[in-house]
Design a protein around this ligand. Structure first.
Ligand code: DP6
Length: 329
């Protein structure tokens, strides 16, 4: 009862921030993301009657008790579906910095969902896999698919209502993303805690919820019509709106450092010089810059001039999560 899966990270162009239900991890708003080729997690899961508890090895070392419990609670869901009480060893490797706002929980729980589905013979459909992955981390549902992906909030508070769908695959529109890594430290306030604090204390929260439907509809249209200026403008605006919301929590959540702002200004400066690039930032200090294939090299050389960037990762859009190995019965 062993399987190995690979899933790619994703970055939201229209952001998810806030939960409708914490126990089921239902997002308060829908979101739209792109899946990334160059950033991925490979996860092996092995269920065995010789284990006394779940084990979680992350990037070659013990992941620590907090992460182990998060994975263990997630494994409980699949044990429930399978009617099994077997513990598992989960060995997961990210090829990028973990926990610093580079979507490691997204690719991590997506890969784990596929691996447990195969190892435990759950026979879940792709849609069901997005629902399972969402229980691990909201953004993980989107990493089940490649290309352009939308996460639906669903009309009610049931588990099955909120799932991800693919808008277009990675071959539809060959956009590029450059990730400007400004810090490889773990983020201080995880997304779940940040979202809860925001919902409880921000006076802007209702405005955020109210504007979500329009953002999603416009982004869907921008993708389908391959309107890059529209896509970039909407992405930048959704990012700033989400951070404005987080900043308005009490105490305010500041995910950026000085270099984050340097990159944001540099990207706006590029546009003044007719280089079409737009930024987006998640709950961490890294800046992701989206551009068309033809401008990627120019954008990269412009970013190399910005103070405070440790590393620039250039990536294409990536594929669906998939199983790459299996054993036992
Ligand atoms: C800022 O998916 O990490 O990256 O569901 O609590 O695990 P949980 O949150 P998570 O939040 C992602 C927040 C974001 C925006 C996004 O990816 O949509």
């Amino acid at each position: 009862m062993e399987a190995i899966a690979i899933a790619h990270a994703n970055i939201a162009l229209i952001k998810y921030w806030g939960k409708r239900d914490e126990a089921l991890n239902l997002p308060a708003v829908g979101s739209i993301s792109v899946t990334l080729e160059q950033l991925f997690t490979k996860t092996k899961v092995h269920f065995s009657d010789r284990l006394q508890q779940d084990v979680f090895v992350l990037n070659g070392g013990d992941a620590g008790e907090k992460q182990r419990l998060r994975v263990s609670r997630f494994l409980d869901l699949s044990r429930e579906i399978a009617g099994s009480s077997l513990f598992a060893e989960v060995v997961s490797d990210n090829n990028f910095p973990t926990g610093a706002g580079l979507a490691s929980s997204a690719s991590g729980f997506a890969a784990l969902s596929l691996a447990v589905n195969k190892a435990m013979h759950l026979a879940l459909s792709r849609k069901e896999l997005t629902i399972l992955a969402r229980r691990g981390s909201g953004s993980a549902a989107r990493s089940i698919y490649g290309g352009f992906v939308e996460m639906k909030t669903g009309g009610n508070k049931t588990n099955a209502a909120s799932y991800a769908v693919q808008i277009a695959d990675e071959t539809f529109w060959p956009l590029k993303m450059l990730i400007a890594v400004t810090s490889d430290a773990e983020k201080k306030i995880g997304s779940t805690n940040g979202m809860n604090a925001t919902e409880k204390t921000s006076p802007y929260y209702s405005g955020w919820l109210a504007s979500s439907g329009k953002d999603l509809a416009e982004m869907r249209a921008a993708i389908k019509g391959k309107n890059f200026e529209k896509l970039g403008t909407l992405a930048e605006s959704s990012c700033l709106k989400m951070h404005g919301l987080a900043l308005s929590a009490d105490p305010g959540l500041i995910y950026w450092n000085g270099a984050t702002l340097n990159v944001m200004h540099a990207v706006r400066e590029m546009r003044k010089n007719n280089i079409q690039a737009y930024f987006t930032v998640d709950a961490g200090p890294q800046v992701k810059v989206i551009c068309e294939e033809s401008t990627a090299v120019t954008v990269k050389s412009e970013l190399e001039k910005v103070d405070g960037i440790k590393e620039i990762i250039l990536t294409s859009l990536g594929p669906d999560a998939k199983i790459i190995g299996e054993e036992g019965n």
